[in-house]
Design a protein around this ligand. Structure first.
Ligand SMILES: Nc1ncnc2c1ncn2[C@@H]1O[C@H](COP(=O)(O)OP(=O)(O)OP(=O)(O)O)[C@@H](O)[C@H]1O
Length: 308
């Protein structure tokens, strides 16, 4: 059974306007997303800014309500559950946030930050709690003295490790990591990503890794889903998606990665040529010879990707 199953998920944000702030329209941030995560894998959700990745991740963790569709965790429907019932699953699903600067409370010491989930879900004595927090803080590579320090006393990479320690304390099954290294220096990014791989093995974690960076996705993920305008346009193993992307948008993304390896550069060149030909075909089928849109043709996602 899949650890997480997302089925036809739609999340529409109401847009309000006018004098009485009535709902005048909706932003279809996620519009029919379906995917499955198997235990122990890293699934990469990738796509350009605004395609709905963050919204989807936050809905899985219960921060944003789904408009329709289902989210199943270990076979149980968790979307639409009242807060109290959802809390039972909440400890199994943790999140690593994008920004280690704003996601840690600057007024709290590391001990209190990392202990927060424990205090919400477990009743431990202060000694047991401290022992547990210390174990995870040391496990993420920080010295025990860190417990009494405040977030501003750490570097970006260290703060992200504090966020990871906090996510690990309840022994979760699934971790949603939304752009976990995008706010870190490039030199620190690889360290944090490799560390995530280590803890995945050690704690048998499943990752839903959200990123717009295909380099990171390729380094980390077993399977990849490419999101475009609120839904998946392509999904497959890392090898398949990178070697043989099918959807025109996936080809466009992959052909644009800077690549130092000459063999892969050649492959990208081939992909780019193929893509140009496809664009031309699509454009000629959609526009007339003067470049006007065909009045009777409905614009599809593929057309949009070709035209953009
Ligand atoms: N609270 C909100 N109210 C209205 N629209 C929103 C809200 N949050 C996000 N959106 C819109 O929903 C769409 C999807 O946003 P989302 O942040 O999920 O995309 P994303 O792929 O994660 O992008 P990014 O990588 O830039 O965060 C965008 O068009 C965004 O402007």
């Amino acid at each position: 059974m899949a650890l997480l199953k997302i089925n036809g998920l739609k999340i529409h944000y109401p847009l309000r306007g006018g004098l009485f702030r009535r709902v005048v329209d909706h932003v279809k941030a996620v519009d029919g997303l379906s995917l499955e995560l198997q235990r122990g894998e890293t699934y990469g959700l990738v796509g350009e800014s605004g395609c709905g990745k963050t919204t989807a991740g936050r809905t899985v963790i219960g921060l944003i309500p789904a408009t329709s569709g289902d989210i199943l965790f270990e076979g149980t429907r968790i979307s639409g559950l009242p807060r109290r019932e959802f809390a039972r699953y909440r400890r199994d699903i943790q999140m690593i946030f994008q920004d280690p600067y704003s996601s840690l409370n600057p007024r709290k010491r590391v001990l209190d930050i990392v202990a927060e989930p424990i205090r919400n879900f477990e009743r431990l004595s202060p000694q047991e709690e401290r022992r547990k927090v210390q174990f995870f803080v040391e496990r993420v590579g920080l010295p025990a003295e860190s417990l009494l320090k405040y977030p501003h006393e750490f570097s970006g990479g260290q703060r992200q490790r504090i966020g990871i320690a906090r996510a690990l304390t309840l022994n979760p099954k699934l971790i949603i990591a939304d752009e976990p290294v995008s706010s870190l220096d490039v030199s620190v990014q690889a360290q944090v990503l490799n560390f995530m791989k280590d803890i995945q093995r050690e704690f048998q974690l499943t990752f839903l890794l959200i990123s717009h960076d295909l380099g990171i996705i390729r380094h980390m993920c077993d399977r990849i889903g490419i999101m475009y305008r609120g839904r998946l346009v392509e999904e497959g193993t890392r090898e398949d998606v990178f070697a043989n992307p099918q959807h025109i948008y996936a080809k466009r993304l992959i052909s644009a990665i800077p690549n130092p390896d000459p063999r892969q550069r050649q492959e990208q060149q081939r992909l780019r040529l193929e893509l140009e030909q496809e664009y031309e075909k699509l454009k000629t089928s959609y526009f007339d010879h003067e470049g006007r849109a065909h009045p009777l043709k409905r614009i599809t996602d593929t057309h949009s990707a070709a035209i953009l």
